[in-house]
Design a protein around this ligand. Structure first.
Ligand SMILES: NC(=O)c1ccc[n+]([C@@H]2O[C@H](COP(=O)([O-])OP(=O)(O)OC[C@H]3O[C@@H](n4cnc5c(N)ncnc54)[C@H](OP(=O)(O)O)[C@@H]3O)[C@@H](O)[C@H]2O)c1
Length: 433
């Protein structure tokens, strides 16, 4: 008879219920792949009554019941937030229990500390579900692309904002209208700050960069913007100019240094990420040998996310069988050096309201010319009686030069900057051969 591995699960909400389902539905395959039978022994919840009819597994509101149970080998943390999840995971690791988590906030902010404690205790710590839900991107980076030198990771890693931008583009709706719809459908939270201001995406970029480049890109070093300033007009004009606006997280290696950004970006319409719609996610990875690859799929949801969690459980089970636990997700690590602003090349989409009087446009061109930034495309439309809306796509320049020009703009009351988004330069896959 096969040996049983017992799991203690912390949280039985969307992802926890999915884990329960997949372990039950796919138990035969999981057992053949791992050589163990695996099952949940106890689940931690806040309110037992809420879950009594959902499952016949043992429910508890006392975490000690799980952490002190010598028969529980693996902890699945799917309760969310930093505390008490962090404390519970640390306790579990120190007691020799392996941990699988879907908690991106915790891994982005405290991943290094948790990984160190896991290593010291010869325990596994896996978190595939923490980035892009059902897409196996972390394992692809550390295993499948291990032989390559990854140059850039760029993706749509927040489903809520992608749903909102897709609705704005398809139905010509305002930001406020699509936010209300996303909230009604349960895609956006009552307080949408983490999603719409790019914070969630930035945390995922921290995790992606750690595994792609072996560097710790601090959250504070990721220039982070959200979608609040995107209007239906921006989306429409960008489309006319050949671009689609998406909330993009990107991290790029350049001569041994790294830089990261999150913000709305104009992508050429023919770029594969432009066709990623609704709540779907996709991560575009550029390697020096493999070239451009894209990983696409559901970024959240009960069963997709639970699939990633259970894959981690299978990895832990295999490691237990092979006596290789405690090895960590990846050994790849080197010194983190941030790219200097003057070495980052960028190209901007700018939307301004300008007083409609002779000489204002001249001031604008002189300001940018002083910082050696030229304009690639310009559109001017009347805004109201006294002002015009001006849309500019700049030529490429260093971020330093661009930001200096924009600082000059912001000190002139005749020119009010309403939106500033990055524009992606053509990539290999959008070129015709
Ligand atoms: N939902 C997704 O599609 C998705 C995708 C990727 C990653 N994630 C991550 O997965 C994690 C779980 O997300 P979720 O959507 O499943 O959350 P959820 O539906 O809100 O479920 C959370 C569960 O944890 C329990 N819980 C929360 N705080 C607790 C506490 N202090 N003590 C005991 N139990 C507690 C809740 O108990 P009660 O039921 O009794 O309230 C609930 O069962 C989060 O870290 C999230 O970021 C989620």
């Amino acid at each position: 008879m096969k040996k049983r591995l017992n799991i203690g699960i912390l949280g039985l909400g969307t992802v926890g219920s999915g884990v329960l389902h997949i372990l039950k539905e796919h138990q035969e395959k999981i057992s053949q792949v791992t050589g163990y039978t695996m099952g949940i022994k106890t689940a931690l919840v806040r309110q037992i009554e809420k879950h009594q009819n959902q499952t016949d597994i043992h429910l508890t509101t006392d975490v000690e019941t799980i952490l002190k149970d010598p028969e529980i080998h693996i902890i699945v943390e799917v309760m969310g937030s930093i505390e008490p999840a962090k404390d519970y995971i640390l306790q579990a690791l120190k007691q020799g229990k392996h941990v699988v988590t879907a908690n991106k906030d915790l891994i982005a902010l405290h991943g290094n500390e948790l990984t160190q404690v896991a290593k010291e205790n010869h325990c596994d710590l896996y978190y595939e579900a923490s980035v892009a839900g059902g897409i196996p991107i972390l394992r692809a980076l550390v295993d499948s692309l291990a032989a390559d030198n990854i140059k850039k990771v760029m993706g749509i890693v927040n489903g809520t904002t992608n749903f909102m931008l897709t609705k704005m583009a398809k139905n010509g709706l305002s930001y406020e209208a699509v936010l209300a719809e996303a909230q009604a459908l349960g895609f956006a939270e009552a307080d949408p700050t983490n999603d719409v201001d790019g914070i969630d995406a930035a945390r995922k970029m921290v995790i992606l960069s750690r595994l792609a480049f072996g560097m710790n890109l601090p959250l504070s070093a990721i220039s982070t913007g959200g979608i609040r300033s995107v209007t239906a007009t921006d989306i429409q004009i960008a489309h006319q100019l050949g671009y689609t606006i998406k909330l993009i997280g990107a991290a790029e290696e350049q001569n041994g240094t790294i830089h990261g950004m999150v913000g709305p970006m104009l992508l050429p319409n023919e770029h594969p990420l432009s066709g990623v719609n609704n709540e779907n996610n996709a991560v575009f990875v550029t390697g020096s040998s493999v070239g451009e690859t894209m990983f696409y799929g559901p970024g959240a949801g009960e069963l997709p996310t639970a699939t990633s969690v259970v894959s981690d459980l299978i990895t832990v089970a295999k490691n237990i069988r092979m006596h290789t636990t405690g090895d960590g997700f990846s050994h790849y690590q080197h010194e983190t050096k941030l790219t200097a602003k003057e070495d980052i090349q960028a190209k901007y989409y700018l939307r301004l309201n300008m007083t409609d009087q002779t000489g204002t446009f001249l001031k604008l061109t002189q300001l940018f010319a002083a910082h050696q930034i030229g304009f690639e495309q310009i559109i001017q439309q009347p805004f109201d009686q006294n002002s015009a809306m001006v849309i500019i796509i700049t030529h490429q320049g260093s971020k330093e030069q661009l930001d200096q020009a924009i600082a000059g703009l912001e000190s002139d009351s005749d020119m009010v900057l309403k939106a500033r988004f990055d524009v992606l330069e053509e990539s290999i896959c959008t070129k015709d051969y």
